[in-house]
Ligand binder design. Structure first.
Ligand code: PLP
Length: 396
């Protein structure tokens, strides 16, 4: 069968593939610890689910406005204004089924053949996939282990060119767990200040899961803030991955183009889930804080455990719920870690190269799983690496 050429430019998310393989092994009776998929294992807080049930009972089961119901756009504008210290109008908000379409729409609306898009590498694989799909050139900015995977602003500066159209940021970061500091943001804002042709897509979907300091958004910076598109959503903060609800906050001139793309693809986000999202934003934020505290305890557990395995080095993630250790010292390739680790050790994890070429030699483990399961995974990996890894390694 022949398909359109553009299909060859689309990548994918390996997490869903590994999940499928893990489920197949489970169906045959093997016990697997799931550290592959990036979703909170907690239930959605009850007051949010109750609001959705009430909305269904009240008949909110029809199409809604493409950009989102007014109540939710207003609640988002209030929330983003407060959390980022900026003034957002509800007209700047577009609600979508998940945050992912915001990425898709922003890149499609702004980038095209002849443009260059800077993005972190390793990073969420859909950025590079979408950049290629738009026919723009992906220009990776390498995240380095010894820098705790924080983006090097000087390196980014060296990659800017007259063709640069878009810069993608993600803090807290998937897969590395790094967090941009206030200083990083200020330096970047200064760098991009005069480049009025460059827009920023700031993916802030993990903003509520930070272990030290606080979240800083480039949207709050003078100049470049006016050209910043914020991506956020409900999946990670409120354990609502399956609800498919996210949003973008755009400069006013960009909004009609994003709405046009939404009208051509998804029409609108489900209306009863949007009502639940109002309850999520306006209700108690205690569940969000509780989840973040538990992620922190799991982070400490997994980092300590990984660093006790010979040949593995895991910098401490500062946010999100991913550990991204180097496995170079084990002598086992990262793809082997993913494939054999699943079959032989019973631990589902992802090879770092699934997040870009600079992820080679690393693996990603999502610690959105119980402490008991994390301990089990570490024990299994420890035994497996000691048996199959470099025998000369005496580091630990
Ligand atoms: N951005 C990043 C960095 C992510 O890791 C994810 C999901 O894993 C998303 C955006 C999209 O999340 P959703 O579409 O569930 O809102």
């Amino acid at each position: 069968m022949s398909v359109a050429e553009r299909m060859s430019r689309l990548g994918t998310e390996t997490a869903f593939e590994v999940l499928g393989k893990a489920r197949a092994l489970e169906a045959k009776g093997q016990d697997i610890v799931h550290l592959e998929i990036g979703e909170p294992d907690f239930d959605t807080p009850k007051h949010i689910t109750d609001a959705a049930i009430q909305a269904l009972k009240d008949g909110h089961t029809h199409y809604g406005p493409t950009a989102g119901i007014p109540e939710l756009r207003e609640a988002i504008a209030r929330n983003v204004s407060k959390t980022r210290g900026i003034k957002v109008s509800p007209d700047q908000v577009v609600v979508t089924p998940g945050g992912k379409p915001i990425m898709f729409f922003a890149i499609l609306a702004l980038a095209q053949k002849g443009d260059e898009v800077l993005y972190p590498n390793p990073s969420f694989p859909i950025y590079e996939s979408m950049i290629r799909f738009s026919e723009a050139k992906p220009v990776p900015v390498r995240l380095i282990e010894k820098d705790g995977y924080r983006m090097d602003i000087e390196d980014l500066a060296s990659k800017l060119s007259p063709k640069t159209r878009l810069v993608i940021l993600n803090s807290p970061q998937n897969p590395c767990g790094s967090v941009m500091t206030k200083g990083d943001i200020a330096a970047l804002a200064e760098l991009l200040g005069d480049r009025e042709d460059i827009y920023v897509l700031s993916d802030e979907i993990y903003k509520d899961i930070i272990y030290s300091g606080r979240h800083h958004s480039i949207a709050a910076e003078p100049g470049v803030g006016q050209r910043t598109m914020i991506l956020d959503g409900f999946s990670k903060s409120y354990a609502m991955t399956g609800w498919r609800l996210g949003y973008g906050v755009f400069p006013p001139a960009v909004v009609p183009h994003i709405v046009k793309l939404a009208a051509n693809s998804v029409s609108c986000a489900p209306t009863f889930t949007q009502r639940a999202a109002v309850a999520a934003l306006e209700g108690s934020q205690e569940p969000v804080k509780k989840m973040a505290a538990e992620f922190r305890a799991r982070r400490d557990l997994i980092v300590k455990g990984l660093n006790s395995i010979p040949g593995i080095n895991c910098p401490e993630p500062q946010g999100a719920f991913y550990a991204f250790p180097s496995v170079k010292g084990t002598g086992i390739g990262s793809l082997d870690f993913q494939e054999r680790g699943l079959k032989e050790a019973g631990v589902a994890l992802l090879n770092g190269a699934a997040f870009g070429k600079y992820g080679e030699g690393f693996i990603r483990l999502s610690y959105a799983n119980s402490q008991q399961n994390i301990k089990k995974a570490i024990d299994r990996l420890d035994g497996w690496v000691r048996k199959n890894g470099k025998k000369t390694n005496t580091k630990k």
